[in-house]
Write a protein that binds this ligand. Sequence first.
Ligand code: 2M8
Length: 428
Amino acid sequence: MPDQRLAAGARRVLRANDTGRWTVPSPAQYPHQWNWDSAFVAVGLATFDWERAAAEIDAILEARWREGMLPHVRYDPRRTADYFPGPDRWPRAQAHVADSAVRTSGITNPPIVVTATLLVGRRQPNRERRLAFWRRTYPVLRRFVEYLSHRRRVPGSPLVAVVHPWESGWDNSPRWDHLRGAGLRPRRPFTRQDARGVPASDRPSDADYDGYLALVELLDEADYELGTYRARSPFCVHDVLADALWYRAARDLAEMAGELGEPPPVSRWRLDRFAAAFEERHWDPDLGLYVDWDCVAGRRIARPTAAGLAALAGGLIVPERAAATWERYAALSAGARAVCTVPPGDPAFDARRYWRGPVWAPVNWLVADGLASAGLRAEAASVRDGTLDLVREAGFAEYFDPLTGEPCGAGDFSWTAAVTLDLLARAD
Ligand code: 2M8
């Protein structure tokens, strides 16, 4: 399919999923606004409708909490019956929302919204309009970065504490399988709604959902205060990708600050300290990959996944490790379409089950971006071309089977369309 037709198809998906104020990931499967989905969507929208891209970012920021958090879901009050869990599962969360008319979840997402805001702004050729956009978004983004730094800090580390698998966005990744071992059960009964339009065997398991809902209860009982939650919860991690994207966010914020004549938002000393802690906690010398850290057990989670590769997008990986990480992961992934989220040889690999192997376009976007900024141009181009080939063959699927290239999950998915547009535009 020629690039122009592909781009036209992607624009159609984004238009169809636009509710007027924000873009839903998929109208049937995910009828609300998701934080990091919308950040990727804004990057895609900026390639053809700049005002709409800016409005997408504004809608994420309108859901902010008084303490600075940007929640992972902003609920559409007209669609609460169509997705589980709704706002009633996060009752105490609602009092934290700055705008009392807005309903949100009680957790956040990796802070890619900051990077998206920088990228959207850069696509505006008119300097005054660009600066006006950054001027109104910068204070909210800055508070979000500071929220993650201060309210999500465990003693002894500057890294970010992630408190729920949904917060990472990699819901049922093998990275979080230790949650299964904890055997948590929620107190309130619940009925899943997530496998209505897609095969249940592609979705997270019932045992995973028990863990997710039990953690939601623990978070709400703790009124979303980290210390109280940690005292009772088996799940608290330094997610390698969330940490990398925090560092990227802090640097992208500094670029906006420079343009706006504001002082640097995060000192060099803090950035350097963060990068040193990242290397110390996340680099696994035995695996030869960057991995996550379990703050409860106090050890690395030694699972090979693409999260450590996507973390290259943070721009804080020791340079000589970038090529080695790519080569190591490519060797583990032989026979799979790039970039599989879990390598086929891993015992946890499942070609179709959500975050346990399939290819996800936004992950590939991060990997390609990180490889390019590490100077690995040919490798970045191969990830970009491989991603576009998958979309050409299978459409704008939520995700893809890495062995067959078949589409999985919901169709006409917003972030797949958005990433396609940006990857096409980057080649121009
Ligand atoms: C998936 O997560 C939601 C929960 O937040 C779900 O499964 O119901 C993940 O793929 C996540 O990364 C994504 O942001 C969300 C919407 O696309 O769906």
